[in-house]
Design a protein around this ligand. Structure first.
Ligand code: SAM
Length: 286
């Protein structure tokens, strides 16, 4: 899948702004499968520094609500304003596991690039998000994952010292099965993305210290197990399960599921990794 917008985008800007595998390239490939048209409202969930939001606003003329937990909306607002996108992209601070501060039936699309695995690798998140989509609206996610399922406790040797529970890397079959359980959505697509290797290579060239740390992981051979999983689905127009049966707003996030959704900062993740390495503790995958 060609990604010409990203190919010709300002490389210096991208290198300074990446937070993982090139989110603009991933968003461009993902967007190629989406029914985007000017004027639509799109929620970019876990937008980080907003690279995917920039792609969506500039290439497709949509209005983007750029929601993130770790990156301040003030920082993002300044970035969007410098690019002349301050009226096209609205930056917001959101912890989607605590509060989803939008109107129901508001968005034409919800898009999430390299973020959904932090909060959405569970059965609770998809039904929580669906009310905010218009009926017939599209949910589109791209997450880093593994290109195969590993039986519990049987991660390959190369991965063991780098893996932490926060990775939430799964195969595309794992994600497909998770989404197929949700009656409020019709699954349209679950595929491995073409841009995986290129997006990772670009990240490894970034000056970000987390990218520098990931170089060792890739040199150890972990990259051969990685992929990017693309999931797209359409909210069913009339499905009682995704609207009427939702719990009352104050109980919207079932406590037991929320306990499993632990969002860590990058520093906390690095500390966990370092700790695991020090203890040389074999990971217990899933
Ligand atoms: C690896 S970064 C990727 C950022 C951006 N999408 C990109 O690819 O450059 C993961 C993002 O997920 C966001 N995130 C994690 N947990 C979240 C939550 N509970 N609510 C909203 N965003 C969350 C973080 O704030 C972070 O910016």
């Amino acid at each position: 899948m060609p990604t010409p917008f990203t190919d010709s985008y300002d490389t210096d800007f991208l290198m300074e702004t990446l937070m993982g595998p090139n989110a603009m390239r991933i968003a461009e490939e993902l967007a190629g499968f989406l029914p985007l048209s000017p004027g639509q409202r799109v929620l970019d969930l876990g937008c980080g520094k907003g690279i995917s939001s920039i792609l969506l606003a500039k290439k497709y003329g949509v209005t983007v609500f750029a929601a993130d937990l770790w990156i301040s909306p003030t920082e993002n607002a300044e970035r969007f304003a410098r690019l002349g996108l301050d009226s096209a992209i609205i930056p917001l601070s959101v912890d989607v596991t605590k509060d989803i501060p939008f109107a129901h039936h508001y968005f034409d699309l919800i898009v999430s690039v390299d973020a959904y695995h932090y909060f959405g690798a569970n059965e609770a998140m998809l039904p929580l998000l669906l009310p905010f989509l218009k009926p017939g609206g599209t949910m589109a996610v791209a997450v880093p994952g593994f290109n195969r399922d590993f039986p519990e406790g049987e991660l390959p040797e190369e991965l063991r010292s780098y893996w932490t529970p926060e990775w939430n890397f799964y195969s595309y079959n794992w994600w497909r099965r998770l989404w197929e359980k949700e009656p409020g959505i019709s699954m349209i697509q679950c595929r491995e993305m073409d841009c995986c290797e290129k997006a990772w290579d670009e990240w490894l060239k970034a000056p970000n210290p987390y990218a520098k740390a990931d170089i060792a992981m890739m040199e150890a051979g972990c990259g051969k197990y990685f992929n990017l999983v693309q999931l797209t689905g359409v909210k069913k127009i009339q499905d009682p399960s995704c609207e009427k049966n939702l719990p009352a707003p104050d109980k919207a996030i079932p406590q037991r599921s929320l306990d499993q959704v632990v969002t860590k900062t990058p520093d906390e993740i690095m500390a966990i990794r370092a700790n695991l390495k020090a203890q040389d503790r074999p990971p217990n995958h899933e």
